[in-house]
Design a protein around this ligand. Structure first.
Ligand SMILES: Cc1cc2nc3c(=O)[nH]c(=O)nc-3n(C[C@H](O)[C@H](O)[C@H](O)COP(=O)(O)OP(=O)(O)OC[C@H]3O[C@@H](n4cnc5c(N)ncnc54)[C@H](O)[C@@H]3O)c2cc1C
Length: 448
């Protein structure tokens, strides 16, 4: 359902585009096709200046929606590979049927119609910064401003180098469902058809997407196995020395509720993985498993690499994340290009990366909509502070959650400073707050 759109192999791309133009399919899709010197302009530019937003996740949807308010004179085009929006927030709860699919999956055309931007479903294949042009599977789109909110990519290269057989076997059997994709369906099937035994769950080395969510997933899987009387052990192999964030709240949940099911193993970074013989070797020992959820390393997605926006460390090696201004999220050598959301690299010597969360991506999108509106009016950009808030469900009977909040301000030396407040006291009220938080964000981004 959420697989990237691909042209049928039997059809050449050009043939399909010509057929689409001839049959009027192009206008049904709400896009215009034009040919210029061999390349196909998907949407020729008119007199209006245009913002192109790449990625229709939390950051991209928020940017597109707020741009229509902050800069109504600009044309806004959102390009996303998936046919429908799929939310990772709340997906752990969906894995064990606390919420159903309609909570997670939403139409892209409803918000596009509601706020008046153009949605294009297509894979973005390249970005030509000198021509200010984005290439998609259906043709190119020119921009005046570009916002990239393409999330993360999950890589298994550090474990397997180029061994595609091992990588494919791992993706097919042990995928983590950490990007909006069909992996969520496979994981739900795995959990709900599990007959018993040991499941290992590896956490990626930090920084990674939504740090508290793997522990939440372990709690909810354990609760599901308890409810269905399935004899299971869950081993969390954590490269970090301790559970974080909301460490105390999770520790209590593991001890009080799932003592016989969940074991958290600290300092257990993966050294070697044999997915065929089901053995994982870590810095904290070797573990055999019956089934597994292997979270590969998280990095900025392909589009950020293609943009040439990945930062370099002191040794000149890639940081694997986008190097952007710490408050405006634009590139030093091109202030009209913004990278937001999970792709963003370290922004502060005090805390490094912002938490890679939907809440933060949404807030960055809103901020960038303001910054672009200010640039369009030749006004100086006025920095907006963001925050973060995450609720994690740890108990099913009764429904109880814990939460973490992060606030940011400028320190005396001009650096961003982070304050973290863990709420470790699991209770029903936090689950109710989570649902409220989520429904407000959905209204804001997908219009329902
Ligand atoms: C299990 C789980 C639970 C979570 N729980 C929470 C939570 O409770 N609260 C919270 O705030 N956050 C949570 N998160 C984190 C949240 O999902 C991410 O931080 C958020 O989605 C980041 O937004 P983004 O816009 O950077 O990326 P995404 O939302 O991933 O959006 C990126 C989009 O770009 C598209 N894309 C990428 N490349 C291309 C291309 N080449 N062409 C076209 N389209 C492309 C992708 O298809 C995707 O739709 C959770 C994550 C997970 C995995």
């Amino acid at each position: 359902m959420t697989q990237p759109f691909e042209f049928p192999h039997s059809l050449q791309r050009r043939t399909l585009l010509q057929a689409a133009a001839a049959t009027g399919l192009a206008s049904t899709l709400g896009v215009a096709l034009a040919h210029t010197g061999g390349a196909t302009a998907l949407m020729p530019k008119g007199r209006q200046r245009r913002v192109v937003v790449l990625g229709g996740g939390w950051g991209g949807l928020s940017t597109a929606r707020y741009l229509r308010e902050t800069a109504p004179d600009l044309e806004v085009v959102l390009i996303e590979r998936n046919p429908v929006f799929w939310s990772c927030p709340l997906s752990n709860k969906w894995l064990v049927d606390v919420v159903d699919t309609q909570f997670l999956v939403h139409s892209y055309t409803i918000p596009a119609r509601k706020w008046g931007y153009t949605f294009v479903q297509s894979e973005v294949s390249d970005i030509d910064r000198s021509a200010k042009r984005v290439h998609t599977a259906q043709g190119y789109v020119d921009y005046d401003w570009l916002v990239v909110s393409a999330g993360i990519r999950v890589t298994y290269e550090p474990w397997f180098a180029g061994d595609q057989r091992a990588i494919r076997h791992t993706v097919t059997n042990y995928a983590s469902a950490y990007v909006p994709s069909a992996e969520h369906l496979a994981l739900k099937h795995k959990i709900q058809s599990f007959k018993g035994g040991t499941i290992v769950m590896t956490l990626p080395p930090p920084p990674h997407r939504c740090p508290p969510s793997p522990y939440e997933r372990a709690c909810l899987m354990a609760a599901h196995f308890q409810r269905n009387k399935i004899k299971a052990k869950i081993l969390i192999l954590d490269p970090k020395p301790r559970i974080a964030p909301i460490g105390a709240g999770y520790k209590l949940a593991f001890e009080d509720l799932y003592d016989d099911i969940i074991t958290h193993v600290p300092n257990a970074g993966v050294k070697e993985l044999d997915p065929f013989n089901k053995v994982v070797k870590t810095a904290a020992g070797d573990f055999k498993f019956d089934d597994a959820i292997f979270m590969g390393h998280h990095q900025a997605p392909d589009l950020v690499w293609k943009l040439g926006a990945v930062g370099k460390n002191a040794e000149g090696k890639p940081t694997n994340w986008a190097a952007v201004h710490n408050e405006f999220y634009n590139l030093a050598d091109d202030p009209n290009i913004f990278v937001i959301g999970d792709s963003v690299g370290a922004v502060s010597p005090q805390f490094g990366h912002y938490p890679k969360s939907g809440h933060v991506a949404h807030a960055m999108g809103r901020s960038v909509a303001n910054y672009i509106a200010q640039q369009a009016k030749d006004q100086p950009m006025k920095a907006m502070m963001i925050d973060n808030l995450c609720y994690m469900l740890v108990n099913l009977n009764p429904l109880e959650a814990i939460s973490v909040q992060f606030d940011y301000k400028k320190g005396p030396e001009g650096h961003l400073i982070q304050t973290q407040i863990d709420d470790n006291d699991r209770r029903r009220a936090l689950w109710d707050e989570d649902l409220r938080w989520y429904s407000l964000k959905m209204q804001d981004m997908v219009g329902v």
